[in-house]
Ligand binder design. Sequence first.
Ligand SMILES: Cc1cc2nc3c(=O)[nH]c(=O)nc-3n(C[C@H](O)[C@H](O)[C@H](O)COP(=O)(O)O)c2cc1C
Ligand code: SF4
Ligand code: SF4
Length: 265
Amino acid sequence: MSQQTGTSKMDQQKVHAIFFSPARSTKKIVEAIAGGISEDLVIHDITQGVHKPIELRSNDIAVVGVPAFSGSVPALASLYISQIKGNGAKAIIACAYGNCHYENTLSELSNICVEAGFIPISSGAFVSRHSMFPELGKGRPDARDLDNARQFGKKSIMHSRIMNGGEFKTQNETSNRPQGIVPLVAKANADCNFCGRCVQACPVSAIDARNPKKTDKKACISCTRCIDVCPYGARKFSGLMYMITKKRLVDKNKDRKEIEINIPL
Ligand SMILES: Cc1cc2nc3c(=O)[nH]c(=O)nc-3n(C[C@H](O)[C@H](O)[C@H](O)COP(=O)(O)O)c2cc1C
Ligand code: SF4
Ligand code: SF4
């Protein structure tokens, strides 16, 4: 096919799915958006870092996604995206959030992507199961969300062709609320059988390899990756502060929120 069109394999446009996704909802959403553009994706899971150089070309397309952590881009995700070379590739900016608020996440992510050499063309915030308080956003993203994500990917590319590189600015909610660190640490209970999966998966190596029941509280970023990978459901958040926060957030955010997208017309 490439010989007939006169385009060499090297010049062919690639669609990259780039995500930081401790509990895997962002991954699902980014892959659905990118899947609306192409079935042939280059996947970059940067949850545990950028282990080999990621360099795009100007005719490539990227879908870049992160979760909202306290209404912001997680600091680690920001660091890892800044190590990518966008080289003028178009980027669809996406975040997953747990049915509360994503606040500055999309605008921050857009700026981080511009700094990394991408040209943002659209943005979208998608509700997903709250990784820390799973009663929120339960069952999300569901089939409708994922279908909307695919349509969003498709439409973003169509509109960007019509716009022919016109300027895009995220028009998403912003706030000046200071973004604090979540002071909650997941701990292993008696069901732990010392398999070590959480030790390997923790993005900041906060779990003691000899005793996975010991977690370095100062290093932990409360990302929930260890909870997600534990095959025995042995890692959990607990304690009074967790219960009080859960009640407050669940009471306040009971109603289903829908996807918010921003594609320039
Ligand atoms: C530390 C932390 C902070 C979070 N802060 C928010 C928030 O401010 N607003 C919100 O709606 N969801 C929040 N969430 C929920 C996540 O954004 C949501 O579950 C997302 O899907 C997680 O993505 P992942 O599954 O790819 O890890 C937070 C989750 C964690 C672990
Ligand atoms: S110990 Fe903390 S930082 Fe490590 S995976 Fe678990 S929640 Fe994330
Ligand atoms: S993944 Fe679960 S069972 Fe395995 S070491 Fe960690 S807490 Fe224990």
